[in-house]
Design a protein around this ligand. Structure first.
Ligand code: ADP
Ligand code: GLC
Length: 487
């Protein structure tokens, strides 16, 4: 199968969250299964990419769209990167979505509209790559939301030249790419698709809604989230669209990249270890306490967080239980950036309790691995969580997580209280302060029982979180999308 995976971010080149991890691993797994996989993403400033470089493809300016180039690079993992070079859109300070001050780039609709347009073109007879035309284009999150619409448009304009099938994956329904409808002309959205059955969302234009309306198949990153997003509570206004297209919607749990996240081989942690020999874990704990300026005390239960600091992630709940956690002898290390109020409250707590609370507000891949390896227990009390990767990393690292019972957290963590033999972590019984407090108590008392804790650690480390199984599920979805697009 010729697969084009289009994404606004991809590890290790550029990453702001879990979509970067998925983009770094799923296409590579599909390539290893024998498929021809190309990955289209913008060429942002400062990206370092290595591999065999192919011939540059010119994309001429057209209407409102600037001239650009596709730079093909065959990466070591078998995926051909197609870097979309267009300096006026992508070479600037800041990250993929926000400028250096943290505000959204003011031309995001054009930046990602253009990415989507080029992706769709790669699935048509007019593919800029000439003889290479995708069978399926896999679009990820709102920045790629117009891909299915553009492909549907290509099919309508040239019904006898079948365009690629489209698959739209929702990594987070809370981000929808909503812009003024006045941009519809520039984006080339046909007038008859600007209504409620098209991209219209409360009078504005929603790129994600466009994707959901026109995709041949829709996926999201866990089976539980696939159900949740069809409800008023989790649907963020798009539940009606998702209910109407429920027959096209599949939940496929993310995997983890076991080449990067394996405590037996991880070069980013000071001491390597495995389920068979957990001795290195205690050494990582001491190293982490030391690095973070906490008291080096093996009897203090060390809780870890690596997260965007947003209300989605329940960081306010962590602040709410902090006093009782510290009173019970716990320590907390947090790595994260995000909402200033949450960041400030955490920094204030660290300042007040320097020996037991440490907060790093940076983006630090090495420290993220060291927290997974060095903490005793990982905290992830999310209000909603499409999949979540850190709870899987933490299980693989023998760091049982405390999670809320939502989305991918339910699908990837087995509660140890209800399942004493197979449990891998602790599920909150309610998504609030009381729920976190209660789960924390359970985890702390279990931790004092060393053999019981070691059992939970080994259960988690024994889970298989690799990508192979999920990649096979994506291939089934791709095939169904191709069949239905041709029907
Ligand atoms: P989300 O995509 O919603 O942010 P996920 O759990 O799916 O949540 O993925 C987050 C990814 O980003 C993980 O790989 C996590 O380790 C990483 N991450 C988040 N914040 C930081 C940070 N401050 N430094 C390093 N890595 C981070
Ligand atoms: C999103 C979600 C997260 C998921 C990630 C990768 O950022 O918030 O739960 O793991 O995408 O799919």
């Amino acid at each position: 199968m010729k697969i084009l995976f289009v994404t606004p971010e991809c590890a290790p080149y550029i990453k702001t969250g879990g979509l970067g991890d998925v983009s770094g691993a799923l296409p590579a797994t599909l390539a290893a299964l024998g498929h021809e996989v190309r990955l289209l993403m913008p060429a942002y400033s400062g990206m370092k990419v290595s591999g065999e470089v192919g011939d540059t493809v010119e994309i001429p300016a057209q209407g409102p769209w600037p001239a650009a180039q596709l730079l093909p690079v065959k990466a070591e993992n078998g995926v051909t990167l197609l870097l979309l070079a267009c300096p006026s859109l992508y070479q600037r300070a800041g990250g993929p979505y926000v400028d250096a001050t943290g505000q959204d780039h003011n031309d995001n609709a054009l930046r990602f509209g253009f990415l989507s347009r080029v992706a769709a073109a790669l699935g048509t007879a007019a593919s800029p790559c000439g003889d290479w035309k995708a069978d399926v284009v896999h679009a990820n999150d709102w920045p790629c939301g117009l891909v299915p619409l553009y492909l549907a448009q290509a099919r309508a304009l040239a019904p006898h030249e079948p365009a690629a099938a489209s698959v739209m994956t929702i990594h987070n329904l809370a981000f929808q790419g909503v812009f003024p409808m006045a941009l519809a002309d520039t984006l080339g959205i046909p007038v008859h698709w600007r209504g409620i059955d098209g991209v219209e969302f409360w009078g504005q234009l929603s790129m994600l809604k466009g994707g959901l309306q026109f995709a041949d198949a829709i996926t999201t990153v866990s089976p539980t989230y696939a159900r949740e997003i069809q409800t008023d509570e989790f649907g963020v206004g798009l539940q009606g669209v998702l209910q109407a297209r429920a027959d096209r919607l599949t939940g496929i749990l993310n995997g983890i990249d076991t080449r990067l996240w394996d405590p037996a081989k991880d070069p980013l942690i000071p001491h390597r270890y495995s389920a068979a020999d957990l001795a290195g874990k205690a050494l990582n704990k001491a190293a982490l306490q030391k690095r973070c300026g906490l008291s080096v005390d093996r009897d203090a239960m060390l809780f870890g967080i690596v997260s965007r600091l947003t209300s989605q992630k329940g960081i306010d709940l962590v602040l709410g239980v902090l006093d009782s956690m510290l009173a019970a002898g716990g320590q907390l290390v947090v790595l994260g950036q995000g909402e200033p109020a949450l960041q400030d409250a955490l920094l204030t707590a660290a300042h007040a309790h320097p020996a037991s609370v440490s907060v790093a507000s940076s983006f630090d891949e090495g420290l993220a691995h060291q927290i997974e390896a060095g903490a005793d227990c990982f905290l992830m009390p999310s209000r909603f969580e499409p999949c979540g990767l850190n709870q899987m990393y933490s299980q693989a690292y023998g760091t049982p997580p405390i999670v809320s019972a939502t989305g991918g957290l339910v699908d990837s963590v087995i509660d140890a209280t209800q399942n004493p033999l197979t449990g891998t972590g602790f599920e909150m019984r309610s998504p609030d302060l009381a729920g976190l407090e209660e789960a924390l108590d359970r985890a702390m008392s279990t931790w004092r029982n060393a053999p019981a804790w070691a059992q939970i650690q080994r259960n988690g480390m024994g889970q298989s979180f690799g990508w192979t199984e999920s990649a096979a599920r994506y291939l089934e979805v791709y095939q169904r999308a191709i069949d239905s697009s041709r029907a």
